[in-house]
Design a binder for this molecule. Structure first.
Ligand SMILES: *Cc1c(COP(=O)(O)O)cnc(C)c1O
Length: 223
């Protein structure tokens, strides 16, 4: 039961990060990212008490969803092609990768009830990453108000792959500041309470900077 051991270690680190930053561990949702592993591992995770799963491709998402079922919470965390929205829309609980108007429009067209979405932000402005620039986010959110099936519950980012922990921290802090700004505007369609940030190598920093949803793959499930 490697997974159970990994989970215990991560849970301890989450608790320690919460303590350092005066937060409650109940306020952090741990999403198990299972894109690297087979459905057997998902089942092991369910047995270990995991309730939230993340997948970044629609094929993998559907395969895992079929195997584990509706009892879990399902997070779509990868680039979502518009033509694939219809395949997952009635199965997904949260979409973490809303990054363009055309996608909001397609979600709105296909969803039968409002879908909780995170707007993906490319805080570090790396060429290889998807997401809006920080300065584009608020206009984007205003523009999608007309799509009443799209509910912006928070912001999501991926930190750059670097050794410099302070740089990673600055990226998370910038996203948290942007979240505060938008939340304070009290847009009805964009309560924007949440922050989806932190992966295997940086989730403790993310928690210290306010993450509410951390997405952990390799450290939890192996590669
Ligand atoms: C793969 C992936 C993760 C998990 O990455 P690890 O470094 O393995 O924890 C988190 N978020 C997104 C968007 C991913 O694609």
């Amino acid at each position: 039961m490697v997974v159970a051991t990994n989970l215990e270690e991560i849970t301890n680190h989450i608790a320690a990060a919460c303590e350092r930053s005066n937060r409650k561990k109940e306020d952090i949702s741990l999403i198990a990212v299972t894109k690297y592993v087979t459905i057997e591992r998902n089942k092991e995770l369910v047995a270990a008490g995991i309730k939230d799963f993340g997948e970044n491709r629609t094929e993998g998402f559907l395969e895992k969803y079929e195997a584990v079922g509706e009892d879990a919470n399902w997070h779509f965390i990868g680039t979502l092609q518009s033509r694939k929205v219809k395949d997952i829309i009635d199965k997904v609980d949260m979409i973490h990768s809303l990054d363009r108007i055309s996608l909001a429009k397609e979600i709105n067209k296909r969803a039968t009830e409002p879908i909780d979405c995170f707007v993906q932000v490319n805080v570090s402005e790396e060429e290889t990453k998807h997401g809006l620039k920080v300065e584009e986010v608020e206009d984007f959110i205003k523009e999608i108000e007309k799509y009443d099936k799209v509910r912006v519950v928070g912001l999501m980012t991926m930190a750059p792959h670097v050794e410099d922990r302070e740089l990673i921290r600055r990226v998370f802090r910038e996203l948290a500041t942007l979240r505060d700004t938008i939340r304070d505007k009290k847009y009805a369609h964009a309560p924007c309470h949440y922050l989806s940030m932190g992966m295997s190598n940086d989730y403790e920093i993310a928690i210290e900077e306010g993450a509410t949803h951390i997405r952990i793959g390799s450290k939890l499930v192996g590669e």
